[in-house]
Structure formats: C-alpha cells, structure tokens
Design a protein around this ligand. Structure first.
Ligand code: ADP
Ligand code: MG
Length: 620
C-alpha cells in the first residue's frame, strides 16, 4: 500500500536544520567562533568578504582534528562534546548539538582545513551543499580553518533576505564583540574585504577588553561587580554608574557560563538593579558574567542557544538584581547633600522657586557683562528688567564657557531661529493660575476648581522638540563650534553608523570627523545644547542611527533624533523655576500642537478635580 508519509532525505533534513541555525553570515561566524573557542584557541582570525555574504573564513590555533574527526565533523548530530543525556546538564562547552557544521555545509561551499599535530600535517575537505567533493592531506599548522563561500547559493529564497554588506558586517561584528567580551585572553581580528575592522589583542581581563571594544572613556564610570551566593551562583563584571546611560538596551551584555545570552529574566533583573536610578527610556552599560551550576540551567531551549531556562528562576533573578543594587549603592552618584538619587543640580540657579518679580538680573550678568541664562531656554527677557512682559520664544544660548564659540555672530539672529511662530500666545496654559512648584519637578496650577500638575521636564522636552523640528524643516539647526574638539570613542557598530551618516548630521547642527579607528572628533554641536554633555547625545544618536541602519532610512528617524536632542537640551526635573520661567514655558506650550504628551509619549499634564480631592479627604 502506498503511504502518504515519507521520511525526508538526509540532505533536506540538513537544510531544514540550517534554517534554524543559519539565518545570516553572522550566524555562521557565531557557530565557528564557538567551535574555535571550544577547541581552546588563543588566536582567532575572522576574514569576511562582502560582510560575509561572499566569504567567511575563520582560522584558529586550537587543538584541531585528525582525519577521521574531520570527516565526522560534517555529519549531523556528530559531536565530540557530549555523549549522554546527562551531559546536557553538565555542559562545559559552547557547542553540543553537533549540527552547526552539517547545517552550514548544507547551504554553502565549505572548505575545512585542520591539523591536530605539530608536524604540520593537515587534512582538507571540500563540500558543496553538504556533499563532500574532495578531500586530501595538506601542510597546515596545528589548528583549524573553515572557509564558507557563497552562503545560501542553493537556497535563493534565503539569500534574498540578506541585507546590504554594511548591515551583515554589523551583525558579524556584534557576534565577535560578544565572544570577545567573554574571552579577553583570546585575540580576535575581524577583517572585511581585507580591511581590519576589529583588532583585539590578548588582554589581562574584561576591563581592558571593554576599553578596547566599547571605548576607554567609559572606564571611569564603570564599577566592578563581584558577588556570589554560596557555591552555586557567582556574578562578576562591570556595570555603569547611573550617570552613564544609553538610549537602547544594546549595551547590556550578559553571559551565562561564558555564553552570551539575551534572556528576559536576566534583562529584567539588571533593570531591577537600577530601579529608581535611571530616567525612563535609559539603559545602563553592563557586561556581566553569571556562573551557575550547569545542572541549574537548561541551554537546550533554542537552536541558537540565546535563551535559557533556569531551574530556579526567581532565585537567579533576585541574586542578580540584589548584586547590582549592592554594587551601585555606595557609588558616588548619591548626592551627599540630599541623598537624592540622580539629582541633576541646577548649577547656576540661586534663586528660590516661584519668585514673583523679575529675578535680580545681576544674577545673570557675568563679570564680562555677557548675558547669562538662568536655568533654561526661556529667560532672555529677564535680562531686561524694564521689560514688563516676557518674550517667551527668545532663546539665548546658555552662557558659553570659554571653549564654546558660536558660529553665527548675532545672538538674536540665532535666537530667532528657535522662535516658535505666532505672537503672544493666549491659551489654556497661559490662562492657568500658577500655584507653585513641587519637588522642583512639577508645576502646580489651578484651572477653575481643578488642580493641574505639569511635569516640567516633559513640557520642556515637548517645546524643545517642536522648536527643533521647526528649525530642521526651515533649513538647518544652528550649531556652535567647539574650540577644543571633543574626541569620542564608540563601539564598532555605532562607529560605522555615525561614520555613514555624519554628513546628514550636519543638518542637525553636528560637525563630526573621523579620528581613527572607532573614534570621532566632535567639532560642532547644535547650539541648543549649550554646554550640556554633547558627547552623551552623540553616543545616543549613533545608537539610534545603528537601529535605523538596520531598518530603514535616516529620514524616517529624524524625529527620533530630534527627540533625543530635545531631551538632552532641556531642563531636567529637580530644578527650581522662577515664575517668569514658568510663564515663558506656558506661552510656548500654548503655541504648539499635541502638547498633551512629551515626545516620549509621557503625559505633560495631569488634572485632578475638586471632587477627586474632596474624596481624598472624605468630604464627599
Ligand atoms: P558541536 O560544536 O555542537 O559539537 P559542530 O557541528 O559545531 O558541533 O562541530 C562538530 C565537531 O567538529 C565538534 O564537536 C568538534 O569536535 C569538531 N570541530 C568543529 N570545529 C572545530 C575547530 N575549530 N577545532 C577543532 N574541532 C572542531
Ligand atoms: Mg559547534
């Protein structure tokens, strides 16, 4: 009798398995690097052509294979790393499934050259689409080289999904970065089209490796973490102090028993460790290694081994979160005077909040006589006490420290560029009766019999964003030249993203020049930023560009970048505001649309009715 069901041929099985393991060139790099590390290599060379689409060649100085093993390594479910089911829970190697080589071979033209001896005698095997075409002896030093050409040459549908060279290279660099962080004692070199992309020599420890990969300038802000819970759990690594943050979680690197993983539980625990310390939407820089009894964790959840399952999930979660908290607690960011967390102190604002008359203008005139801004963007008018109304839209760039120089001459000209259109606005916000400021973060107002609470940071951000957007559409955003360019060191992907887009960024007021390797010189910044930390913004912008580079066009993300700029340029919470400043802010809020939310989507304002308040006091 004829059956409907049939067992698939081996070749097709391999292709199906490859679908899970080999998504793109970087997946091949990941698998081959794991094999090299499992073979005890101390030097690994990764050569790519066309971001790995044309060629991936990985050469290591590990222990290599003999002739028989070399042949066996191509077989599916052939591994030297485990033999019994029990071994699955006592893993000490990165690989164990025995399917990477078979999978990769089935979708490429693969040449394996390997030697397990010091006599220089090696083996070479060449396979196409998983079929061995020829094999023989060659001279080769101890170690292994695996060359993967024309990935997906026999799977055109998959091949179509591959992205442009730069994107694929970026993914591969990501993989190398992760392995390199976990193995500082191993040297890695990544080349693309014979150009050296990453050159990492052997290092003493993870700190040195982090400096080489993510930038030396991070080091002062990284705390060393070392904690353990009995014999079972051990956590080591580097975590950023709360002032060093990123706009994306991509710099949270977590490893379990030396394996990079991206696990929700671990990620959550890390963020929990930083609870109350970071602004919303900000992420720390973290490189953490968890050592755990292999019996307590199941790695075999997903073919790419990026996810894990813990036997005692909450134990691990709490251990990680507490370890971070303990390490962060004694750090310097605790403001000694107040004990408040993350206070961005108003440096040059000595006036108490809510002064009802124009604040002593002398306060804002420097010895040189130049105009000095009190605390934000909305204060030009107060420099002229005779003026009895506020011209809210006028923006004076903040007191330029000696190393800032405005590119344009007339301040008023620049200021005008940031003016929101429309004259004296009269609207909802301007009509509010201002009651005061709460916790230096919220403005309290009365509207009829309702109580209105306004988040000053969100409001400023909203206005700043609107101004930037106008300036951007009108032409370019005024910039200020730095007398001493600031040098920035980025990680590989951010550096590529910034390098690719630096000319576009000129329209946003940045002037950025390559400074060798992954470094850039920041020569001019948007004037709106004043003397605020511009390099922090550029790092954020680079991260955003990196994200965009992988998804679409820069144009589409201009808003995102403007939001970042607005966020970096405006007054934070915890800043005293004078009534004049509040009024100026309200004038501007009345001029813009969509003011109900800050650009991040957080509400700018909350309303409480008298009834609600009376209910609180049981009067209703
Ligand atoms: P796994 O790593 O899961 O065992 P692979 O298909 O990746 O499976 O590799 C199969 C086997 O080939 C490995 O178990 C190992 O013995 C051998 N091998 C692969 N790459 C190397 C290498 N670079 N050096 C030495 N041995 C290797
Ligand atoms: Mg492997």
């Amino acid at each position: 009798m004829e059956t409907k069901i049939h067992v698939l041929p081996e070749e097709l099985c391999n292709k199906i398995a490859a679908g899970e393991v080999v998504e793109r060139p970087s997946s091949v790099v990941k698998e081959l690097l794991e094999n090299s590390l499992d073979a005890g290599a101390s030097d690994i060379l990764i050569e790519l052509e066309a971001g790995g689409k044309r060629l991936i060649r990985i050469t290591d100085n590990g222990f290599g294979m003999n002739r028989q093993d070399a042949f066996l390594s191509f077989e599916r479910h052939a591994t030297s790393k485990i033999s019994t089911a029990a071994d699955l829970f006592a893993l000490t190697t990165l690989g164990f499934r025995g399917e990477a080589l078979a999978s990769i071979a089935s979708v490429s033209r693969l040449r394996l050259t390997t030697s397990d001896n010091d006599a220089g005698l090696g083996q070479q095997i060449y396979a196409e689409g998983g079929k061995i075409k020829n094999a023989g002896e060659v001279g080769f030093p101890r170690g292994t080289a695996i060359e993967v050409r024309n990935l997906f040459f026999n799977l055109p549908a998959r091949k179509k999904f591959l992205r442009k060279e730069q994107t694929e290279l970026g993914h591969a660099a990501d993989v190398v970065t992760k392995q390199a962080l976990a193995n500082p004692a191993v040297s890695f070199r990544l080349q693309n089209n014979e150009r050296i992309m990453l050159d990492l020599r052997r290092e003493k420890g993870v700190r040195e490796r982090v400096a080489a990969l993510l930038g030396k300038s991070l080091l002062p802000d990284l705390l060393t973490l070392e904690r353990h819970s009995g014999e079972e759990l051990q956590l080591t690594g580097l975590i950023s102090q709360p002032q060093l943050t990123r706009s994306a979680a991509s710099h949270i690197y977590t490893f379990i028993n030396g394996r990079y993983i991206r696990d929700r539980v671990v990620q959550h625990a890390v963020m929990q460790g930083y609870r109350h310390l970071l602004m919303k939407g900000r992420y720390p820089v973290v490189v953490l290694f968890l050592q755990i009894d292999p019996a307590q964790v199941d790695i075999n959840v997903h073919p790419t081994k990026h996810e894990v399952r813990f036997r005692e999930q909450s134990l691990v979660h709490d251990f990680i979160a507490e370890s971070l908290q303990q390490t962060l607690r004694p750090a310097e960011w605790l403001s000694p005077a107040t004990g408040d967390l993350l206070v961005e102190k108003s440096k040059d604002h000595s006036t108490p909040p809510l002064q009802t008359q124009a604040v002593n203008p002398g306060n804002w005139v420097q010895a040189s006589g130049s105009v000095r801004e009190p605390s934000g963007l909305y204060s030009q008018s107060v420099t002229n006490p005779a003026q009895n109304h506020i011209s809210p839209a006028a923006v004076v760039s903040p007191s330029p420290p000696s190393f800032y120089q405005s590119t344009s001459v007339g301040k008023s000209v620049d200021a005008a560029q940031y003016t929101l259109p429309g004259s004296e606005a009269s609207g909802f916000f301007t009509r509010l009766q201002i009651l005061g400021q709460y916790h230096q973060s919220y403005i309290l107002c009365q509207d009829g019999s309702d109580l209105i609470l306004i988040d000053q940071h969100a409001a400023h951000e909203r206005v700043g964003f609107e101004k930037l957007r106008l300036a951007y559409t009108a032409g370019t955003i005024p910039s200020q030249t730095l007398l001493f360019p600031e040098v920035l060191e980025l990680d590989f992907n951010s550096a590529v993203a910034l390098g690719d887009n630096r000319h576009e960024l000129e329209n946003l007021g940045f002037e950025i020049e390559p400074f060798g390797g992954k470094s850039f010189a920041l020569k001019a910044i948007p004037q709106l930023l004043g003397n605020r930390n511009a390099s922090g913004l550029v790092v954020d912008v680079a991260l955003e560009l990196e994200r965009v580079g992988r998804t679409g066009q820069l144009r589409e993300s201009i808003d995102e970048i403007l939001i970042l700029m607005a966020c970096h340029s405006v007054i934070r919470a915890n800043q005293a505001l004078a009534t004049v400043e509040i009024k100026a802010l309200f004038q501007e809020l009345d001029k813009i649309d969509f003011k109900a939310n800050c650009p991040h989507g957080r509400p700018v304002m909350q309303r409480m009715t008298l009834t609600e308040i009376e209910r609180l006091f049981r009067r209703q």
